[in-house]
Design a protein around this ligand. Sequence first.
Ligand code: EPZ
Length: 420
Amino acid sequence: MQSLLIQGGVPLRGEVVISGSKNATLPILAAALLTAEPCVIRRVPDLSDVKFMGRILQSLGAEVSITGDTVQVQARKVKAFGDYDLIRQMRGSVCIMGPLLGRLREARVSYPGGCVIGARPINLHLKGFAALGAKVAIDEGYVHAQARRLQGAEMFLGGRSGPTVLGTANVMMAATLAEGVTIIESAACEPEVVDLAKFLIAMGAKITGAGSPIITVTGVKELHGAEHEVIPDRIETATYAIAAAATGGEVTIRGARPDHLNAVLDKLREAGVRVARAGTTLTVRHASRLKPVDLTTLPFAGFPTDVQAQMMALMTLAKGTSIITERVFESRFMHVSELSRMGADIEIEGPSAIVKGGRPLSGAPVMASDLRASAALVIAGLAARGETQVNRIYHLDRGYENIDGKLRQLGARIRRVNES
Ligand code: EPZ
């Protein structure tokens, strides 16, 4: 296993280019299963999760070829049954169910496990499939959905924490080949759902309302191949913006979509960070004095849960008390104990973390746990005095393309080592 060794205290300066969005790429790759024709997806980030999805598509019978940041997928023939062990290893693979159900009227995948941030149920996905006429069963660790015909339907997909991103993606994909009209109420509004809808429309799907809480899909007989360029990764963008603020630096972020990050930019400005946006470029300058802020994570366009950990790392540096409340997942504070190991003063009260910031952080060996918690530890290490070793960075490589290379380009003293 590998670690990142970081010598903290260096302000980040310079330019960084944002990669394609992991969370847009995964469902878009799965959507290529809906047609027998070739699909070309560009600006795909070089991530282990993306490579993994490629292997899953191949296990289903699709031809997949990756050249640089372009992925070509052709599912001339496709099987309804995925490789149990392969699929079980990445919960994002649940988004192959919708396309398989749409194309074959059947899908059988291993039940996606939970992870450190929560139980990650899929009841809403299955509710949507059942509304379309599928019989759904869970047996021997598999989820099995089967339908003689898929009939468009009206459905409410909101859950106890609001909409479901991949649930919306899954049902929207299945509905593209159902008979009649499907109306998804309480649909997720995330930019990644909009990007998927754009790709499906390019394939010949009839979809309106993507990006709003009500998505309407009018089923068609079949879909054809299409080309698509994935949107930039808004979470990666937020991560570099926060790293710039945390290290007292000034960073220009290119190839971004600032309009996908209004809630984050608003909070950074409230904390005194100077943020300027021009088209696809964001310039982030550190605050003369960082101020504490309160935030609650919410479905889009609220503050994204995937930026909660990174923002908490920043708030440990702001003199005063910040209250950070996590409303999307039930246990997304794995980074708190590791940040405390670096000297942060954080207390958890139910869904909230009370951050008493202002004391400098000191470097320490810390353990990455989930993708975004790991990013928070890297940010803390960049800001801390002394050396930080972030272990188990395979979590990071799932969602951040070349994070150490991009940070070194910004002047960070960071290198990848094999864990001793
Ligand atoms: C997507 O996960 C993202 N992953 C997550 O990013 C992100 O945190 C999440 O959306 C929320 O924005 C990908 O897109 C691959 P949800 P998803 O279904 O779709 C509950 C990252 O770091 N729920 O929107 O799986 C669920 O338990 C990852 O890049 C149900 O109750 O998340 C959670 O509390 C982490 N029943 C809430 O909804 C369901 O059937 C939101 O989950 C489905 C979800």
